[in-house]
Ligand binder design. Structure first.
Ligand code: C2O
Length: 555
């Protein structure tokens, strides 16, 4: 459909005529069936972000990894269940930039009722989906991005699809997302960062939050006036309407926005919406919260370090594996590579090379046929061409020394970068530890790394280069939070563990759309266990096949 914001008409691809799309509200243990009818001109898949999908990789919705996309005028029915997870997840198209408008919340309530929440029962629950508004067709952004680097930026930030009334075009103010609250009542905000582009700072003027969950896992409650949320993450937070009756802005400020920000009257402040308290007479000016400075990376490290798993007699949580079978150290970076893979291209011709994003200095190339069906049949030319993601980067390196940032495309400080379909195989049940290290190549960005089909225990995070002798002592092996998306601090590191107990082929990638499209991605292939209960079942009926080629072009 066409939407007009900021005086400009834009083509957007949406689900059921809504932005954000419909919320899926379920109870823990439910089976969910979603019929996807693709009436858009694009190839589409839908990914159920954070849903564990135990033995259910066929329904994970990643084009060319788990399935051929659903083509225009075709249908596919996804089936999955939400056992063992309570809280907020979300769904989104997994076709590059289109997920900017094809997304919605998944709310999973406890089977024994909301009285069993391990925190005060809220009077109301409200999904708050943070998004970007792009004044250009996202399919166009996607094409440009595949063509090489992009120079498009979002023109605003949205809360539940609204830009907020500080945005205007020739004096006409945009709509705000309004949350009317009653004094003294408690609201559970289910905050989702569905943005393509940035981590966000989230605040409500004159109010504080109690954070109670993240990525559909309960956390030990803590109080804060600032929530920091990266693309792919969810945060559940209680807000008590305990301020004087009045109007208070709810603000989502991208901390990695391009500067200077020219879109709003309030420099560097975007995505402003309003929280109205009842009993408010007259028209007092709404109160704006004081936001951190953009690019303040310490706030993110601080917020994420505060997360720990809730220990509660009624909520048994899986324990972190104490013994580790596979250790990996994965650096995140950027580089230049031959555009069609390998090393053989003319490095002096700009059209033959491109800027890519890397893990251990290799950039992911999308395969030409989906991997999961080939893995299931134990056949496949694709599988034999996969390149193993190494356990370490090519050489020891001072990863966070900014003086080593390359000054031009020819100057390669890391080993030569190349493109390949990166994969890592794991025996069923292996306990895996990964330290993700951000490098100076990335400059201002922290990186939300998302693993499909598994939750990761986040053991520790820190600034600077990971130092095994010093940092292993910081691991939290008692109550680490479990997350499907972990934030690698800018110029810092994060250590995670997970058990590879879900047979199939799982995407693991940075949740910034640009890093993802540029190749900061790998697939984790978890082999079958010894029994039918630990193996990948056959594909569902009606599983899509590939016949047109929008996503068959390697990039
Ligand atoms: Cu939220 Cu691979 O995605």
């Amino acid at each position: 459909m066409t939407m007009t914001h900021l005086c400009k008409k834009t083509v957007v691809t949406v689900v059921n005529g809504q932005l954000p799309g419909p919320t899926i509200e379920v109870t823990e243990g439910d089976s969910v069936i979603v019929h996807v009818v693709n009436t858009s001109p694009h190839n589409i898949t839908i990914h159920w972000h954070g849903v564990r999908q135990l033995q259910n990789g066929w329904n994970d919705g990643v084009p060319m990894v788990t399935q051929c996309p659903i083509q225009p005028n075709q249908n596919f029915t996804y089936r999955f269940n939400v056992a063992g997870q309570v809280g907020t997840l979300w769904w989104h198209a997994h076709v590059s930039c289109l997920r900017g408008t094809l997304h919605g919340a998944i709310v999973i309530r406890p089977r024994d009722g909301t009285n069993s929440y391990p925190f005060p029962k809220p009077d109301r629950e409200v999904p708050v989906v943070i998004g970007d508004w792009w004044s250009i067709d996202l399919a166009e952004v996607d094409r440009k991005m595949q063509d090489n680097f992009f120079d498009y930026f979002p023109s605003g930030s949205t809360l539940n699809g609204k830009l907020g009334d500080l945005f205007n075009c020739s004096g006409v103010h945009e709509d705000s997302f309004m949350l009317d609250v009653e004094p003294g009542k408690t609201y559970l905000l289910r905050i989702i960062n569905a943005g393509l582009f940035s981590e966000y700072f989230f605040k409500v003027a004159s109010h504080r939050f109690t954070v109670v969950g993240s990525d559909a896992n309960y956390v030990t409650p803590f109080t804060t006036d600032l929530i920091v949320i990266a693309p792919g993450e969810t945060v559940d937070a209680l807000l008590v309407a305990d301020a004087r009756p009045g109007k208070y802005y709810m603000v989502a400020l991208p901390n990695q926005a391009p500067l200077p920000d020219t879109q709003t009257p309030e420099p560097a402040t975007r995505g402003i919406d309003r929280l109205g308290n009842a009993g408010n007479a007259g028209k007092p000016a709404a109160v704006l919260p004081v936001m951190p400075n953009q690019h303040d990376v310490v706030q993110s490290l601080y917020f994420h370090s505060n997360l720990s798993a809730l220990q509660h007699p009624r909520h048994r949580v899986p324990q972190v594996p104490k013994r580790v079978d596979e250790h990996m150290f994965v650096t995140l970076g950027l580089g230049t590579a031959c555009r069609h893979g390998g090393f053989k291209c003319n490095w002096d011709v700009e059209s033959e090379t491109g800027l890519v994003a890397t893990m251990n200095n290799i950039s992911f190339m999308v395969p030409t046929a989906p991997l999961l069906p080939e893995h299931y049949r134990h056949v496949g030319s694709q599988l034999s061409t996969l390149v193993e993601l190494p356990d370490k980067p090519p050489k020891v390196f001072n990863f966070t020394d900014v003086s080593l940032i390359p000054v031009g495309p020819k100057e390669k400080k890391l080993e030569t970068t190349y493109k390949a379909t990166l994969a890592r195989w794991f025996r069923y049940g292996s306990a895996v530890e990964i330290v993700f290290q951000s490098t100076a190549m990335l400059q201002g960005d922290s990186n939300p790394m998302h693993l499909h089909g598994h939750d990761m225990f986040v053991l520790a995070q820190g600034a600077g280069n990971f130092d095994e002798a010093r940092d292993v002592a910081k691991y939290n092996l008692v109550n680490p939070p479990r997350k499907n998306t972990v934030v690698v601090p800018n110029l810092g590191w994060v250590a995670v563990r997970f058990v590879a107990d879900n047979p199939g082929v799982w995407y693991m990638h940075c949740h910034y759309e640009f890093h993802l499209a540029m190749g900061m991605t790998a697939v984790f292939i978890v082999e079958d266990g010894p029994t039918a209960n630990t193996s990948l079942p056959p594909p569902p009926v009606g599983f899509p096949t590939c016949s047109n080629n929008e996503y068959l072009v390697p990039r």
